[in-house]
Design a binder for this molecule. Structure first.
Ligand SMILES: Nc1ncnc2c1ncn2[C@@H]1O[C@H](COP(=O)(O)OP(=O)(O)OP(=O)(O)O)[C@@H](O)[C@H]1O
Ligand SMILES: O=C(O)c1ccc[n+]([C@@H]2O[C@H](COP(=O)([O-])O)[C@@H](O)[C@H]2O)c1
Length: 204
């Protein structure tokens, strides 16, 4: 199947930041910039999710979140993608399979905030994910300890790359994950929605 994806070159290291981005905010921008530096990424794609399978309430419409993401995230290495909507995937394991088939010559790194590592063992086929793609984890306020003591962190302790070696992550074979202690920004989409800074009709 042919997808509309940003251009790639063989051997590139491409970070993937999946998210609801409902709405996108300064925390997403900040971790993206930090991830590019810390993990030496050639490119970073935001994968705007049709809907997180673990969240009961649907997000705002895709076109609204895509437009807001393009407006807030301006960096020459970052692209905003609706790949999951094109591929008809919501589960990350399926998304990664489809992306690997579409771009077999690049090295993907899955990126996420520490809150997601804390509950990563609840994701569909989470062990398949960690065994198939290096993962870069970025600190988030209040989430460092839950992340470091999470089930995934404990089971895959042997595959942890020390933060000072983070530049190597994209070249490693999975399983490999690295927690980077970046400066933190205490902002969330939940808070912005509660403040009424994002007016949208949720998708079904
Ligand atoms: N302030 C932040 N610091 C670190 N990571 C963050 C921050 N905000 C979001 N992330 C990470 O960015 C990715 C996408 O996050 P998401 O779109 O769910 O935003 P959110 O603010 O966590 O939303 P919500 O409050 O609705 O759960 C996730 O991996 C999340 O952990
Ligand atoms: O695959 C899963 O089971 C799964 C469960 C929860 C979250 N995810 C993905 O994790 C990313 C972050 O989700 P969110 O809602 O915290 O922004 C996004 O790409 C989701 O699709 C994936």
């Amino acid at each position: 199947m042919k997808y509309s994806l940003p251009a790639t070159r063989p051997g590139q290291v491409i970070g993937l930041l999946g998210g609801s981005f409902d709405p996108p905010h300064a925390g997403h921008v900040h971790i993206s910039r930090e991830a590019i530096k810390r993990f030496g990424l050639d490119k970073l794609w935001w994968l705007v999710s049709p809907g997180n399978p673990l969240k009961k309430k649907g997000p705002a419409p895709m076109d609204m979140r895509m437009a807001a993401a393009r407006k807030i995230m301006q960096h020459p290495k970052v692209e905003i993608s609706d790949f999951e909507a094109q591929a008809g995937t919501r589960y990350t394991a399926e998304t990664l399979c489809a992306l690997r088939s579409a771009c077999p010559q690049v090295h993907f790194v899955w990126l996420m905030g520490a809150d997601n590592l804390a509950q990563f063992h609840l994701w569909q086929d989470w062990q398949e994910i960690i065994e198939s793609v290096p993962m870069g984890i970025l600190a988030r306020p209040g989430q460092r300890i839950p992340a470091r003591t999470s089930r995934a962190a404990r089971i895959y302790a042997h595959a942890r790359l020390p933060g000072r070696q983070s530049q190597l992550l994209g070249q490693l074979r999975a399983p490999a994950w690295c927690f980077v202690n970046v400066p933190m920004i205490a902002i969330s989409s939940t808070r912005l929605r509660a403040q009424g800074d994002w007016h949208a009709t949720p998708q079904k």
